[in-house]
Write a protein that binds this ligand. Structure first.
Ligand SMILES: Nc1nc2c(c(=O)[nH]1)N[C@H]1C(S)=C(S)[C@@H](COP(=O)(O)OP(=O)(O)OC[C@H]3O[C@@H](n4cnc5c(N)ncnc54)[C@H](O)[C@@H]3O)O[C@H]1N2
Ligand code: MOO
Length: 420
């Protein structure tokens, strides 16, 4: 199914990829397996946080009225009637003229309405026997050093909305509010197929016309960097039957299949010449690099619908296509709003460059010490410049009607570096 592919804008092509794409069916997972996944329902507190009123200090639980006038010159002596450690189930009562020794996090005993830190008593800091009498050498306000039950979050109050990525603090919130599991969308599983008769395993000697496969390892790395699950990495010669077999195998493993190469107008462009192509739509997207693209939805043997994204072969085109098309697809499957990705920004331009009219240009740029950006390679946006791409921390996005990016102006960015 080759022939003339329709010309389409970046925005319209992205819409086609996302049209009707639903999040993966949610699963209930233990908290330890939820990191990076997206909540599939709103989470409310099963228990109040804190679950009971407790002490914020190591010291003595007292009646405020008893110690209101205490100071170093006229300490107030109280009888110690109990000793509460965190986790203690004892239930002493503080009466007039009495105190209970208490540790941070222990439940406030009945009758007490303030906690005096040990520093404002005659007791030694750290390990010490329980005294019969404590002398309070300074006053504290009523309710001082007390953390009220539910003052962080009341029972039944919202903890996490649906549709947010679970990070470490979200896990802590859910745990503290009584949850051991969360209903989340699983991470999309991704299979990668690099096509091209010229490709050899990285590190192997090169015969005439051969190049190392860099797209395959890069895509597998991006899959992992973006919290999806790399399932398989296949390399496929320019043989349509081999590609069809590789895609059939990938469909059974993955929620998304990504191919690189073989989507242009060459006589051997393998993706276009395969039987799989009958289920794909090919387009020339008004962007540079990344112009030739293909996509479709295929059915795995178990009936699941799997998105296939057929990216062009040029390595920088693959990298650009990842951010512009694959990241929103993965976000939609993961349960996120695809419009919220990739992360973007603005930067002043240090060194300007030219951009082709009629195409959105994605220029790999690096940040200079003065905070401005400049192309990360002297040859600019060449789609084959893979060995220098790691120097770029972002892609500058130049609108289709702009032909010159000038030093001193500003430019939109897609941030491409993660975890730093
Ligand atoms: N007559 C035309 N020729 C080309 C056009 C066009 O419009 N008319 N478009 C060019 C553009 S733009 C791109 S992008 C490429 C896309 O072509 P394919 O998707 O068919 O990709 P291939 O031909 O298979 O490979 C292109 C290039 O990338 C290298 N490559 C491929 N796979 C890998 C890999 N896994 N690791 C490293 N490098 C890879 C490959 O050797 C080629 O150099 O078409 C242009 N041509
Ligand atoms: O669109 Mo191609 O991806 O410019 O190199």
């Amino acid at each position: 199914m080759s022939g003339r592919d329709g010309r389409v804008s970046v925005e319209d092509y992205r819409k086609r990829l996302l049209d009707g794409l639903m999040p993966l069916p949610p699963v209930q997972l233990p908290l330890a397996r939820c990191l990076g996944l997206v909540t599939a329902e709103a989470v409310t507190a099963r228990v109040a946080v804190p679950p009971f009123t407790n002490s914020a200090m190591d010291g003595f639980a007292v009646r405020h009225a008893d110690v209101a006038t205490a100071d170093p010159a006229s300490p107030i002596a109280l009888g110690v009637v109990g000793d509460l450690a965190a986790g203690s189930r004892d239930d002493p009562r503080v009466g007039d003229g009495q105190a209970v020794r208490i540790m941070t996090g222990a439940p406030l005993p009945a009758g007490a309405d303030a906690v005096v830190p040990v520093e404002l008593t005659d007791q030694p800091l750290g390990r010490a026997g329980l005294p019969e009498i404590v002398r309070i050498t300074g006053s504290v306000a009523r309710a001082a050093n007390i953390r009220l039950a539910g003052e962080d979050v009341a029972m039944g109050a919202p903890i996490l909305p649906a549709g947010v990525r679970v990070d470490a603090t979200a896990i802590a919130a859910a745990a503290s509010a009584g949850h051991g599991t969360l209903l989340v969308h699983p991470a999309p599983r991704v299979a990668v197929i690099a096509t091209g008769a010229e490709l050899v395993e990285p590190g192997q000697p090169l015969d005439t016309g051969q190049i190392p496969d860099s797209n395959g390892p890069m895509l597998a790395g991006l899959v992992a960097e973006f919290g999806a699950v790399p399932m398989s990495l296949a390399r496929c010669p320019d043989d349509p039957a081999a590609l069809d077999a590789a895609v059939t195998a990938a469909l059974d493993l993955a929620d998304v299949v990504i191919t690189s190469g073989g989507v242009s107008v060459g006589v051997r462009d393998v993706v276009k010449n395969s039987a799989v192509a009958d289920a794909l739509e090919f387009a020339r997207v008004s962007m540079r690099p990344g112009k030739p693209q293909g996509h479709g939805r295929l059915t795995a043997s178990d009936g699941r619908v799997v998105s296939l994204l057929a990216l062009p072969g040029n390595p920088v085109s693959v990298f650009v296509s990842w951010f512009v098309f694959v990241v929103p697809v993965l976000a939609a499957l993961a349960g996120l709003d695809p419009a919220s990705v990739p992360s973007t920004g603005l930067a002043p331009v240090g060194t300007g460059w030219r951009s082709p009219r009629g195409f959105v240009q994605f220029m790999p740029v690096m940040r200079l010490p003065d905070g401005t950006v400049a192309p990360s390679h002297r040859l600019g946006a060449g789609s084959h410049l893979i060995a220098s791409l790691h120097r770029a921390g972002a892609l500058a996005v130049v609108p289709a009607d702009v032909t010159e990016v000038t030093s001193g102006g500003v430019v939109d960015l897609i941030e491409t570096r993660r975890g730093s």
